[in-house]
Design a protein around this ligand. Structure first.
Ligand SMILES: Nc1nc2c(c(=O)[nH]1)N(C=O)[C@@H](CNc1ccc(C(=O)N[C@@H](CCC(=O)O)C(=O)O)cc1)CN2
Ligand SMILES: Nc1nc2c(ncn2[C@@H]2O[C@H](COP(=O)(O)OP(=O)(O)OP(=O)(O)O)[C@@H](O)[C@H]2O)c(=O)[nH]1
Ligand SMILES: [Mg+2]
Length: 459
């Protein structure tokens, strides 16, 4: 499909709100004509040259000046969309930008759908589908780690690996066809052995690694789920406020202050943590508090790490110790003995005697909190592989990878049980098709629409 088949689209590409500069983007065959209808360059030029910027005014219907702007022209295919692209860089007033956009729409442009510029970059063949999808991950990245993952995808490294795998499968497919067409000329058992080696080796390993990387990266994408739990009044909400840097939760000296779950995203060392402050766990007759405690327990069950806080000035009641033992055995749990600014009653000693790791902290003075952060990050990183630059497919891609791995495993089993090469060739073909789907060569239109609808307008 040539880029000339598309109409010309326009949208505001920068966030809405007041700011320094804002960009309105136009892409398509008529981009220059449309943009020039209300642009008055100081140089008087009529035909802008590609990859040049022009200074001038953008005027309204009665030649009144709306703003002084810069116009930037990129002639296709050397542009973001691979079509003729014009950007109008104005002051970032929402009123001005809206007026400029309206004039562009009145001159024949259509308002772009979400993600349509990137969709065109893909449909015009400048980038593959996994690169286009990576652009949205890049915009949405909340941490330096998820940003790193996205940028390697934008560069197209995942696509190259997938294309490489598909070549390998293609080679196998060709060999299988040769065997089927000229059975007398080839030694089947030797060929089967070679094919089996490639499938069970390189192909299986690469696909398995993609799935593994996806599973590992989930934690970076969505944040590590940390729950702050413990008896009432131990300082849980104080810790939540300290970590989030704002007065997020109510803190009082009344035990049972927090009833509902209180959630925040915080970042430590480029890793996102989804932290929940909870109602203190105790036996109670208060129906509201009871519900709160049920919620606490459910949230603990769905967590990656529990920060279990106790009040060190209170000692360690036996029911609290029992609970700590249970959590420590069943999940990732770090016990914090709080209020180290007050005289302590040996809670750390008791816990260490039981082989339970604990840290002494004071949320009031901030003492020991850095050590907590370090410990939490270390615990999380320990459970993950070293290589954080690994290529990570997204949810759509990993589903296709799983299916392809299934095909490859079937093919290997087929060879082992001396199935006909016909049957094996079918599995190989279907794995190849799945690779094509990851690259976006054989994707259904509704799936494309779904992918790009997750973008924002102007991207
Ligand atoms: N003003 C502005 N800033 C921007 C963008 C943009 O579109 N406009 N981008 C948009 O997201 C990003 C940059 N991405 C871009 C990617 C490719 C091309 C491009 O023109 N590629 C052509 C030509 C390369 C060349 O000069 O040889 C190509 O790949 O063929 C432009 C921007 C971030 N900053
Ligand atoms: N001295 C001292 N007091 C603290 C410290 N951390 C919290 N407190 C006080 O302990 C009391 C309870 O703190 P909260 O943060 O509300 O405790 P909580 O665990 O959320 O309590 P519930 O919501 O009732 O379960 C408040 O009066 C805090 O000011 C600390 O490190 N040292
Ligand atoms: Mg609280």
């Amino acid at each position: 499909m040539s880029y000339l088949d598309f109409d010309t689209i326009a949208a505001i590409a920068t966030p809405v709100g007041r700011g320094g500069i804002g960009i309105i983007r136009v892409s398509g065959e008529k981009a220059v004509e449309i943009a020039m209808s209300f642009f008055r360059p100081v140089s008087g030029v009529r035909e802008p040259k590609s990859h040049r910027v022009y200074y001038g005014t953008f005027v309204g219907e009665h030649e009144e000046t709306l703003d002084e702007v810069i116009l930037f022209y990129m002639k296709g295919p050397k542009s973001y969309t691979a079509e003729d692209c014009v950007e109008i860089q104005s002051h970032a007033s929402p009123v001005v930008m809206r007026q400029i956009l309206d004039l562009l729409l009145a001159s024949g442009a259509r308002l772009a759908d979400p993600g349509e510029f990137t969709k065109r970059a893909y449909l015009n063949g400048r980038i593959n589908l996994s690169q286009a999808e990576a652009v949205i991950d890049l915009i949405n990245a909340r941490t330096t780690t998820s940003h790193e993952m996205a940028i390697s995808m934008v560069k197209g490294e995942l696509g190259q690996r997938i294309a490489g795998l598909r070549d390998t499968l293609k080679g196998i497919s060709v060999t299988l066809e040769a065997i089927l067409d000229f059975p007398d000329d080839v030694d089947e058992s030797i060929q089967a052995e070679i094919i089996r080696g490639a499938l069970a080796g390189e192909v299986t390993q690469t696909l398995t690694a993609f799935i593994q990387n996806f599973d590992d990266s989930d934690i970076f994408r969505n944040g590590i789920r940390v729950v702050i739990a413990g008896p009432p009044n131990s300082g849980k909400s104080s810790l939540m406020n300290y970590l989030s840097g704002e007065e997020r939760a109510i803190v009082t000296s009344v035990p049972g202050t927090t009833r509902d779950l209180i959630e925040e995203f915080i970042h430590i060392d480029g890793i996102a943590f989804h932290v929940t402050d909870t109602a203190g766990i105790r036996v109670t007759d208060d129906p509201v508090e009871k519900i709160g405690i049920e919620r606490t327990l459910t949230r603990i069950d769905a967590s990656d790490l529990v920060l279990y806080l106790v009040d060190g000035s209170e000692g360690l009641p036996s029911e609290v110790l029992t609970q700590i033992r249970a959590y420590n055995d069943s999940r990732q749990c770090l016990v914090l003995v709080n209020k180290s600014d007050l005289p302590h009653r040996g809670a750390c000693g008791v816990l260490e005697g039981e082989g339970i790791e604990c840290l002494s902290v004071s949320v009031k003075t901030g003492e020991g909190i850095d050590a907590v952060k370090e410990k939490v990050v270390a615990r999380i990183l320990d459970s993950l592989p070293e290589d954080r630059s690994a290529l990570v497919p997204n949810r759509r891609q990993v589903e296709l990878v799983r299916k392809a791995l299934n095909n490859v495993e079937n093919a290997v089993e087929g060879i082992d049980s001396q199935l006909s090469f016909d049957a094996i060739a079918i599995d190989i073909r279907s794995a190849m098709d799945l690779m094509g789907e990851i690259l976006g060569e054989e994707v259904r239109v509704d799936i494309l629409d779904e992918i790009f609808s997750n973008f924002c307008i102007g991207k």
